[in-house]
Design a protein around this ligand. Structure first.
Ligand SMILES: NC(=O)c1ccc[n+]([C@@H]2O[C@H](COP(=O)([O-])OP(=O)(O)OC[C@H]3O[C@@H](n4cnc5c(N)ncnc54)[C@H](O)[C@@H]3O)[C@@H](O)[C@H]2O)c1
Length: 429
């Protein structure tokens, strides 16, 4: 069974049969029209496709409609998109004439309202965090795929792994933000005016973002130390030129699928205490710890912050409305503590490297579309683990089991501090 008939018939909307043939010339070749809009989220300078990716979609029978100015935040010009074969259109034309949208973040209300039943939406839709959005996508009759639901451990899914590609950018930028905020040098410098010691950098959490932050800080000349609760990260930390920080109070805490498990309250308290004793010897602390589907664990308490030397910098990559790894950090805000420590709540770091982040994201989309579009037809295979894993809504229903569970549990406050896993979290692992 495929989605091609239902989706494209339903998406007909303003389009005529001849529109769907290449160039409307009657050449007979089926075309799937996918639109890219300018992202409207605060500070969001990324765009879902870059010109180079437009060219890679043409052989699949995909025509790309791009809202004029969609790439401006990443300094990707309309001319560059047109040269690559995209058709530049107004926003309402992109919505009316396309079979679907390629997006970065969840589409805003006005876009949702303008879409027609059967149109496709592909992006980082965060349906487990925002199950209400999944419900609305279903109510609008949209077929939606969310890249943050990708079964990441499948080797063939790696090229589509937008969480990893964006975490990589975030880790890189976190090291640069730390260096930029720090009032001293990262490398050791020997000059006629004296010798500066290299900065001591500690990165907590050694997933994709953490390892990239370590490698980047190392390349800037800092002395870097890394820590994670998963013991297998020791070799990864050392491979990027960092030292592994050993904490005695917390045993191995690897969980399912290569992720960390949540620590018990006792383990967390012991970890915080031991870290507090270690932190004062570092100039820079970058925190990247996450446990899927839960609030980020607090690693740096207010007490630990107070122990850091004046001029130290803490970058909390996990800072969001759900909390962060650093007590008191605020997303997208830099706080100067009474002790003279700058605490940077990272916010949307990939958007601060918009061209690189968009290029990587567009590659992830191309890799996915290659598996589900052929000769201008969109065809999902429910037997395909990747397709089944990504599909959130179809034919008016929320079809993803974990998202459905999250919807059923909407009475549960996602900001609750409980360590008990939600049904949604368990089902998505
Ligand atoms: N294709 C693949 O095989 C594939 C794809 C993506 C990620 N991965 C792997 O999956 C793992 C998770 O990657 P991620 O970047 O998505 O991780 P993530 O964003 O979920 O978490 C970041 C890191 O925080 C660590 N962490 C959690 N709680 C902690 C605590 N209390 N103290 C210290 N550290 C803590 C985790 O162990 C993890 O390394 C990594 O090993 C990554 O390499 C594999």
């Amino acid at each position: 069974m495929t989605d091609s008939e239902g989706t494209q018939d339903g998406a007909e909307g303003d389009r005529t049969a001849s529109d769907r043939e290449e160039g409307g010339s009657g050449a007979g070749r089926q075309q799937l029209r996918l639109a890219v809009l300018r992202e409207r989220g605060p500070g969001e300078d990324r765009v879902a496709l870059v010109p180079e990716a437009v060219g890679r979609l043409a052989p699949l029978g995909i025509e790309v409609l791009v809202e004029r100015g969609a790439g401006a935040g990443a300094l990707l010009t309309d001319d560059a998109f047109a040269t690559a074969g995209a058709r530049l259109v107004a926003r309402d034309e992109a919505l009316a004439q396309s079979d679907g949208l390629l997006v970065i973040g969840p589409p805003p209300d006005d876009v949702l309202a303008a879409l027609r039943p059967g149109q496709i939406v592909v992006g980082l839709l965060q349906p487990l965090v925002r199950p209400d959005l999944a419900r609305r996508l279903a109510e609008r009759g949209l077929t939606s795929l969310s890249l943050d639901l990708l079964p990441r451990r499948l080797s063939r899914a790696q090229a589509m792994d937008a969480l990893s590609s964006q975490a990589n950018v975030a880790g890189y930028k976190a090291a640069l933000v730390a260096a930029d905020t720090f009032g001293r040098y990262f490398p050791m410098l020997v000059t006629a005016a004296g010798t500066s010691k290299p900065a001591q950098v500690l990165v907590l959490g050694a997933g994709v973002a953490g390892l990239q932050a370590m490698g980047t800080a190392r390349r800037l000349g800092a002395v870097v130390t890394g820590y994670d609760v998963r013991p297998e990260t020791r070799a990864e930390i050392e491979s990027v030129g960092a030292r592994f920080l050993e904490l005695r109070s917390v045993g191995p805490a690897g969980g399912e699928g290569g992720y960390a498990r949540a620590l018990t309250a006792e383990e967390q308290a012991a970890q915080q205490e031991e870290l507090q004793a270690q932190l004062p010897r570092f100039d820079i602390v970058i925190t990247t710890a996450q446990v899927p589907g839960r609030r980020p664990p607090v690693l740096v308490t207010a007490g630990a912050l107070a122990q850091l030397g004046a001029g130290s910098v803490v970058v909390d990559l996990a800072a969001s409305e759900l909390g962060g790894n650093v007590e008191g950090s605020v997303a997208a805000t830099t706080v100067l503590t009474d002790a003279g420590v700058r605490v940077v709540g990272a916010g949307n770091l990939p958007a601060l490297v918009p061209a690189a982040a968009s290029t990587a994201y567009a590659s992830n989309l191309v890799a996915l579309l290659r598996t589900c579009v052929e000769d201008g037809r969109f065809a999902l295979d429910p037997e395909d683990e990747v397709h089944a894993g990504l599909l959130v809504t179809r034919d008016g229903d929320v079809v993803h089991a974990a998202v459905r569970s999250a919807l059923d549990a909407t009475a549960v406050d996602p900001t609750a501090t409980s360590n008990a896993p939600s049904a949604a979290t368990e089902a998505s692992r």
